[in-house]
Ligand binder design. Structure first.
Ligand SMILES: *Cc1c(COP(=O)(O)O)cnc(C)c1O
Length: 435
């Protein structure tokens, strides 16, 4: 598979180059040239394919001959080394739990796949690769875990100071080893802008081998298709005959974009919902307003506090650039913090099920859609474990949450971070002095 740049001004590259670079030289995002549906043979066998077989069929075309089949199989087995259950709350409403990985959020799938691919590509290389990652909360922890102790790779995490949850902050700052973290005195968008500038800086590129682990990197973005495929298997096994409406809590829109890609490749999905918090540039666009990126606003679902979602350009590439064609595939709803909190309380009372604030945003948007569209059924993605947001969740359900063992261990470790102004020059000096 080759990848072209959405900037339209860089040569096509293979998977390895796209994954190592993160971003194309013209600053565009890489995009696969071929979105061919999966072979009929695979769809015929779909209900009976094992997790490993399905994962291999989904991902192999994107990797091409950059990774031998046996290595790719091992990478995928490690990537999916935890359960991804589809839990039914009512006949029309289910939830796909994506938080059973090591850092308790869905980012583990993409981060594990990417780290193992880059680990494979950097084998036998003497030069160190620096992975630069901006995080709104969960990416950094997942990437740090994925790369922890991997030789030849150093990870530098930028997060908005004071704007991530306590468990998230621990995951970002208590790794040690080859992982360093920077608390940026600004928003996630500031962090993302600093990282983008670093990639565009010729001087830095000369001095360091930089790569990105944000969902602009194809190695992080593409494997997110996997859980949509796995979910559909579970959906059909549970006896659903209609394709589902799928509600995705969205920030940078990488996850939703992976779902749409899966649909393009033949996965039966009725409709997608881009569930947003107050950061609603997409909701407003689909409702008829101009597409105007904004400064990120702070909300209870902090991993979605993104005012200028970087994967939106990929969604337009997939769906066509007209508002109408986009609107046929996805609807969007903005969900307030108050509605988020009320939903956590309501679902706990009604079903005894505890949602985190991100899943709750997706739940609200899906419930409204199902109400407005009789005969439809669907699931929402629960993207993080509630323990990552104890203050919000415990206040809503009126009781404490049990601490999983992995979190209790984490909270015993020392946090290490440096504070930095939201200025690229500061980051540049830091990177050069640390190399
Ligand atoms: C990152 C994240 C999101 C948003 O995903 P995008 O791919 O950036 O749209 C939603 N929920 C949680 C818990 C996250 O960590």
């Amino acid at each position: 598979m080759e990848y072209y740049s959405l900037g339209q001004n860089s040569p096509k590259v293979d998977f390895k180059t796209a994954a190592l670079r993160g971003q194309a030289p013209d600053k565009g995002l890489y995009f696969p040239v071929d979105l061919a549906p999966l072979d009929k043979r695979i769809w015929a066998a779909f209900p009976h394919l094992s997790k490993a077989e399905l994962a291999f069929e989904v991902m192999q075309p994107f990797v091409g001959d950059c990774i031998p089949a046996a290595v790719l199989q091992d990478i995928l087995a490690e990537t999916l080394d935890f359960s991804i259950p589809l839990v039914s709350l009512s006949p029309r409403l289910s939830v796909l739990e994506l938080f059973h990985g090591p850092t308790l959020a869905f980012k583990d799938v993409g981060a594990r796949f990417m780290s193992r691919c880059l680990g494979y590509f950097s084998r036998g290389q003497s030069a160190q690769t620096t992975i630069l990652v901006a995080t709104s909360g969960d990416t950094g922890g997942a990437v740090a875990q994925g790369f922890l102790g991997v030789l030849g790779i150093e990870v530098v995490i930028l997060f908005p100071k004071g704007k991530v949850s306590p468990v998230q902050e621990w995951q970002l700052t208590a790794c040690g080893q080859n992982v360093r973290s920077l608390a940026i005195e600004g928003s996630f968008d500031d962090c993302q802008a600093m990282v983008k500038k670093a990639f565009a800086d010729a001087d830095l590129q000369k001095k360091l081998r930089l790569s990105s682990a944000n969902s602009i990197n194809v190695a992080r973005w593409l494997p997110q298709q996997l859980y949509y495929f796995l979910a559909l298997q579970a959906w059909q096994k549970a006896g659903h005959e209609k394709p589902p409406v799928v509600s995705v809590p969205s920030g940078n829109f990488g996850n939703l974009c992976a779902g749409i890609l899966a649909q393009k490749r033949g996965l039966p999905v009725q409709h997608f919902i881009a569930a947003c918090n107050e950061n609603d540039v997409v909701s407003r666009y689909l409702a008829g307003a101009d597409y105007i990126p904004q400064n990120a606003k702070v909300t209870l679902s902090n991993a979605m506090d993104v005012g200028d979602p970087s994967n939106w350009v990929r969604i337009l590439e997939l769906l066509g650039k007209e508002r109408e064609s986009v609107g046929q595939c996805i609807s969007s709803e903005k969900v307030s913090d108050a509605a988020t909190q009320a939903a956590i309380a309501q679902v706990f009372q009604q079903f005894g099920y505890v949602m985190d604030p991100h899943g709750a945003v997706a739940f609200v948007a899906l419930s409204h859609y199902l109400n407005d569209h009789p005969g439809t059924e669907g699931f929402f993605l629960e993207t993080a474990h509630p323990i990552k947001f104890p203050a919000t969740v415990e206040a809503a359900i009126g009781q404490g949450l049990d601490l999983p063992g992995s979190v209790a261990d984490l909270l015993k470790r020392p946090k290490q971070m440096e504070t930095m102004a939201p200025q690229f020059e500061a980051l540049k000096a830091y990177l050069i002095s640390g190399s």
